[in-house]
Ligand binder design. Structure first.
Ligand code: HEM
Length: 517
């Protein structure tokens, strides 16, 4: 089912998303470690004025979900990912280690010549994972680590299995052809069980599999910074793939401060009286934090070569709105109806949505099918991240952050950080994807030339509108210079973007009008 730009037809039945509030008892323990805890207040109290942010990642506690928003861990997991499955899953571990196109010792792996499909049928037993709440399976209680590692590994295997023929065809003909339509039960059944336990879709995800749960510290005593990171799982096994994934991780490693500044901004705006200093200070720190995240993003150019991107991208495609899966995917032993899921995408990262929500940009997005896609992406996040983003959106509207931002240069400079992210990101997409491929949709199933400009265009437009309301006579000379510089840049980028999208739409044709929710 698809949407034309003119008419929205929702098909939520494709989604098996079960947003259970099963975590409402999470904070029974460690109450001193979370903000404003009271036993009757769940982390997800939608009417609360506050949100329980972890002050400490409580790494030793392996009974809580790995992904919980924290001042230290930010949007990364509380503990480093589990790098290896226990011996019981040797056959799965072995398959995954031998899977990448290029193996660490220089040999070719199973995906190099299309041998994975047979290996899955031949070598992978159908593991029973229904008992994985049994804590005796590993020393100590590692329920969540265990589940999430299995989820990550089964999603890696599922994507490799489904997309193996597309990768081979793309290497030969620059065309993806069709993926495998049936996910065999030795992958489908255990994947579905662990996904249910995590309230995730049974498909590769940005946070809990491909990116944010896919790193190891080389030196465990040193911080999570790019030079101290290596990958756990890979498809291609090349340096550009490693760089692509780990730049995401090293950016998100800085998100603890983003969360701190977000909460301080909301608190100051809520208290209002005499809190202008606190408010401005929080906004200033937010600019610095976003700037450091954006600087880290800039390293993508050298850490992951744009020409090699398409060599590993095939495997992160989804089954929703992807020509390779016109009929979706049957999960053998799970569902007789075909299932459709968005592919792995940074669109489900939480940093930019946090900024959008805090600065009340989200409500300014146009009411169109492209914005519906953005909302659909929200479902592909860990529950705690989603709850936090919902909280920030609601609280920012309630306390009116935009209205409280008297010092408009600070508000605008923060918007400028969102603009900088989206502008650089659009440049990545043109250089890494559009320049080398005419495939009409991105990995997450969004139309490749119109979706990102929908959001970039909105931030540019909003900044321009604010620029028009500023009384320049009331600005200090210093602020006048800052605002002038920002607005001139915005003006130029808005004009260029419109021209680019018009040109690209002509090239890509009607495919860009097809929007699936
Ligand atoms: C070579 C680098 C990158 C490329 C080619 C790329 C490509 C894309 C594409 C095509 C989309 C559209 C959504 C979809 O998948 O359907 C997207 C969305 C997104 N990606 Fe990336 N991405 C890159 C790096 C990053 C990095 C490092 C981050 C950092 C977290 C990131 C975060 C995002 C976000 C937040 C969105 C949603 C954009 C919005 O809200 O306007 N991406 N990406």
């Amino acid at each position: 089912m698809f949407l034309s730009i003119k008419g929205i037809v929702k098909n939520n039945s494709q989604n098996l998303y079960r947003f259970n509030r099963v975590h409402s008892v999470l904070f029974r323990k460690n109450s001193s470690l979370v903000d404003d805890f009271s036993p009757s207040q769940s982390n997800f109290n939608v009417h609360s004025h506050n949100f329980n942010i972890l002050k400490d990642p409580i790494e030793h506690d392996t009974t809580l979900p790995s992904f919980m928003v924290g001042y230290e861990n930010g949007f990364l997991p509380r503990q480093d990912p589990l790098a290896k499955l226990p011996y019981r899953f040797y056959a799965l571990e072995n398959l995954l280690q031998n899977m990448p196109i290029h193996l660490p010792d220089g040999r070719e792996g199973l995906l190099a010549n299309g041998q994975l499909g047979d290996a899955v049928k031949r070598d992978l037993p159908q593991f029973d994972v229904s008992d994985i709440t049994d804590q005796r399976l590993l020393s100590g209680s590692v329920i969540y680590l265990y589940r999430i590692a299995l989820f990550g590994d089964y999603t890696f295997l599922a994507s490799s299995y489904l997309l193996e023929p597309c990768d081979i065809m793309y290497r030969e003909k620059k065309d993806y052809g069709l993926g495998r339509e049936i996910l065999p039960k030795n992958i489908a059944i255990p994947l579905n069980i662990v996904a249910n336990k995590l309230n995730a879709f049974p498909f590769m995800e940005y946070a809990r599999s491909h990116s944010l749960y896919n790193y190891q510290r080389i030196d465990p005593t040193k911080p999570i910074v790019y030079p101290n990171l290596k990958l756990v799982r890979a498809f291609a096994g090349t340096a550009p793939e490693r760089g692509f994934i780990l730049v995401h991780v090293s950016m998100v490693a800085r998100s603890g401060n983003l969360i701190k500044c977000t909460m301080e901004t909301l608190e100051a705006a809520q208290e209002k009286v005499n809190k202008t200093f606190k408010f401005n200070n929080a906004l200033k720190n937010l600019i610095d934090t976003m700037n450091s995240i954006n600087q880290e993003m800039e390293t993508m150019w050298e850490r992951s070569n744009s020409e090699d991107y398409l060599k590993f991208r095939t495997f992160i495609m989804g089954s929703k709105n992807q020509p390779m899966f016109p009929n979706g995917v049957i999960y053998e032993g799970v569902s007789e109806k075909p299932l459709f899921y968005r592919g792995e995408s940074g669109a489900t990262d939480s940093m930019i949505p946090c900024m959008d929500n805090l600065l009340q940009i989200t409500s300014k997005l146009p009411n169109n099918p492209l914005t519906e896609v953005l909302k659909d992406f929200r479902k592909y996040r860990p529950a705690n991240h989603k709850e936090f983003l919902d909280f920030v959106q609601r609280r920012a509207e309630e306390v009116n952050v935009r209205g409280f931002a008297i010092q408009v240069s600070l508000y605008l400079a923060n918007m400028d950080q969102i603009r900088a992210f989206r502008h650089r990101h659009w440049n990545f997409t043109k250089e890494y994807v559009i320049k080398n491929s005419k495939h009409p949709v991105a990995t997450g199933g969004s139309p490749i030339v119109t979706w990102l400009p929908n959001q970039l265009g909105t931030i540019l437009d909003q900044m321009n509108k604010i620029g028009q309301t500023i009384d320049y006579n009331k600005l200090t000379p210093e602020n006048k210079i800052i605002i002038d510089e920002i607005i001139n840049k915005v003006d130029a980028q808005e004009r260029v973007l419109k021209r680019e999208v018009k040109f690209l739409k002509e090239q890509f044709g009607s495919s860009q009008d097809r929007v699936v929710i």
